[in-house]
Design a binder for this molecule. Sequence first.
Ligand code: DC
Length: 221
Amino acid sequence: MSMNVAIDGPAGAGKSTIAKKVAKEMGFIYVDTGAMYRSLALYFIRQGIDKDDEKRISEAVKDCNVTIDYVNGEQQVILNGENVTGLIRTEEVGNMASASSAFKDVRTKLVSLQQDLAKSKDVIMDGRDIGTCVLPEAQVKVFLTASVDERASRRYKELVEKGEKPDLEKIKKDIEERDYRDSHRENSPLRQAEDAVLVDSSNMTIEEVVNAITKLCKDKM
Ligand code: DC
């Protein structure tokens, strides 16, 4: 049986940074499920669809073919034959992804793709519903979180490093709104699985978090 590691948590908790490093350490494949929701969101934006228009979004999902590929160990998301990996990391796409991922048809499409990936391979998968819905049998489940202030300040620094001039208060407000939407939706809301280990990274270094999760994985092997 393949080894499955689920990492869930709110936006900006450092899931992808941590999961990538643990994957490297353990020789597992890293699957970023948020990137899949973002690629669909990009399609909806390009079609000019409103983020709350469930009917049009459900229709549009039928026109989307999402696959993932790996180049030098980095996940690439392919949307209808186009590699959209470099286009999905904007706040606009993130907000559309948060809104549209609440709809059943969007989730159904991506959850089955994610489950297929984990069936035959050792994976570490991050998202919001991995431990609760996508991989309920995962051998290791982690709920990775950090305070809103800490997550906003990390995001702020990231944007400054990219040469942008971000507004910290706006980032904080966006994170709070996203947390609320992700955890209050009807379909697969963000919540800690009963058997998940809670890791609050507010006062931990990246290395400390990676070591803690790697240890959980090794203990299960
Ligand atoms: O992790 P992220 O910021 O790239 O995710 C973007 C949005 O996608 C997030 O706000 C909620 C949604 N998402 C989800 O509903 N389920 C997942 N497994 C991953 C992401």
